[in-house]
Ligand binder design. Structure first.
Ligand SMILES: CC(=O)N[C@H]1[C@@H](OP(=O)(O)OP(=O)(O)OC[C@H]2O[C@@H](n3ccc(=O)[nH]c3=O)[C@H](O)[C@@H]2O)O[C@H](CO)[C@@H](O)[C@@H]1O
Ligand SMILES: C=C(OP(=O)(O)O)C(=O)O
Length: 428
């Protein structure tokens, strides 16, 4: 098992190219199950979530190749193999196997998903949607059993705006008989990306990206070629890094409109930012103003960037407040930032950050993916050396992190943990 070693203080400069979006990738790959002939997806990120999903498609009989960020999937010989345990627990998005397998085979057995521990993450809205489409859904010993004689289109109002439920219902509904209407749907760009792939496969979907999505079911879906959208959360992480330790950072291969809420906040803090068609340039600011943020569903400020932004706010002048309305307990990174000298208090759903402080290198542990990103940013901002463990979380979502940061001038490397460190980690 590795840890990340970071010698802080280097100014980052140059261009970083953003990879394909994790939260699209993890839905696009299961969506290939619905086709009757090969699907190619270009621009996928090299992250463990993608590798695990490749393994899961192979377990159910798919032929898959993944080279140069391009995945080719032949789903023609897939079967509805039960997947109650194992790899499905390693990521959140294995829940998309439910919608896709239900759509194609009208039955599926999938273990409850893993993913980041951010407090309760129920999937009741996914299940409500599947039931509305005519499926019987039961939970037996931690696995969800889904079965339907046929799927029938339905009007489904989501009680909670959910990215996962919106996509999962879409995956099943494209093969239902008749029209499905999802009301109070989530509007994230990844939903449009999945709808685009499904449409290229022959599905009839209108309204993806708005809060009402209409799907007219079809009898078959065919193979196609698709290019994934760039990862707005990875891009946002580098934008924050550019503000924190940059000396002129160009973030390339992005859709700036997907990052409007973050760019507006960084500008409010006093960070100079210029945008063009598919790039954002982050200039150097001498000091930052404290700001308040509240996470909201898209196009509001994304919860996935709340933790990385908190690291930057430790160097802002004044008191900032970060409130997470999506995941009220997404604050496990705060204790670790405190080890690095941050002055932060958590009150309910909010973190109150007093700045500016000079962060100090320390041994810290990533409890989840974006906590990991927050600690890497803090390590690069800090005086001295920071050691970050828990890399299995970071590897779920950041493609070639060390190489990209080295390319910008950061002193960061992976190192194998010693036996004693592994023992300590186990007992922690
Ligand atoms: C793989 C993926 O795309 N992950 C993203 C997705 O997660 P995920 O799809 O799991 O998140 P949701 O949008 O579903 O969750 C939003 C909120 O709704 C609640 N909820 C959700 C479903 C449900 O059936 N019942 C329910 O109560 C959740 O607990 C949460 O408070 O969106 C989150 C919110 O933008 C992001 O942080 C994750 O990076
Ligand atoms: C919470 C996240 O991922 P997941 O939903 O896959 O756990 C994330 O990407 O920040």
């Amino acid at each position: 098992m590795d840890k990340l070693m970071i010698a802080g203080g280097d100014p980052l400069k140059g261009t970083v190219r953003i990879s394909g979006a994790k939260n699209s990738a993890v839905a696009l790959i299961p969506a290939t199950i619905l086709a009757d002939s090969p699907v190619t997806i270009e621009g996928l990120p090299d992250i463990s979530d993608v590798q695990i999903l490749q393994g899961l498609l192979e377990e159910i009989g798919g032929k898959v190749t993944f080279t140069n960020n391009e995945m080719w999937v032949d789903p023609s010989e897939m079967i509805s193999m039960p997947l109650p345990n194992g790899k499905v627990k390693k990521l959140r998005a294995s829940y998309y196997l439910m919608g896709a397998m239900l759509g194609r085979f009208k039955k599926a057995v999938i273990g409850l998903p893993g993913g980041c521990h951010l407090g309760p993450r129920p999937i009741d809205q996914h299940i409500k949607g599947f039931e509305a489409l005519g499926a019987t859904v039961t939970n037996e010993q931690g696995a969800i059993y889904l079965r339907a004689d046929e799927l029938r289109g339905a009007r489904i109002y989501l009680d909670v705006v959910s990215v996962g439920a919106t996509i999962n219902i879409m995956l099943a509904a494209v093969r239902a008989k008749g029209r499905t209407i999802i009301e109070n749907a989530a509007k994230e760009p990844e939903i449009i990306d999945v709808a685009t792939l499904l449409t290229n496969m022959g599905a009839k979907i209108k309204g993806a990206g708005t809060d009402v999505i209409r799907i007219d079911g079809v009898d078959e879906l065919h193979g196609c070629q698709h290019t994934i959208i760039p990862d707005r959360i990875e891009a946002g992480t580098y934008l924050i890094l550019g503000a924190a330790v940059g000396d002129g950072l160009l973030i390339d291969n992005i859709i700036p409109q997907h990052l409007e809420s973050l760019i507006a906040k960084l500008r409010e803090m006093g960070v100079p930012i210029e945008t063009s068609d598919d790039q954002v340039f982050v200039g150097k600011a001498e000091s930052f103003k404290a700001v308040d943020i509240k996470t909201l569903v898209y196009p509001g400020f994304p919860t996935d960037l709340q933790q990385p932004l908190t690291s930057l706010l430790t160097s802002a002048v004044g008191t900032s407040m970060v409130t997470d309305t999506i995941y009220g307990a997404r604050f496990k990174h705060i204790d670790e930032l405190r080890r690095m000298n941050a002055n932060i208090k958590v009150e309910g759903r909010s973190a109150i950050i007093h700045g500016p402080v000079k962060l100090q290198g320390a041994k810290v542990k990533a409890s989840d993916l974006r906590a990991g990103a927050a600690l890497v940013i803090a390590g690069l901002m800090a005086e001295g050396v920071t050691e970050v463990t828990g890399l299995e979380h970071i590897d779920r979502g950041y493609s070639h992190l060390v190489e990209k940061l080295n390319g910008l001038g950061a002193t960061i490397w992976r190192e194998a943990m010693t036996k004693e460190e592994l023992e300590q980690l186990k007992n922690a």
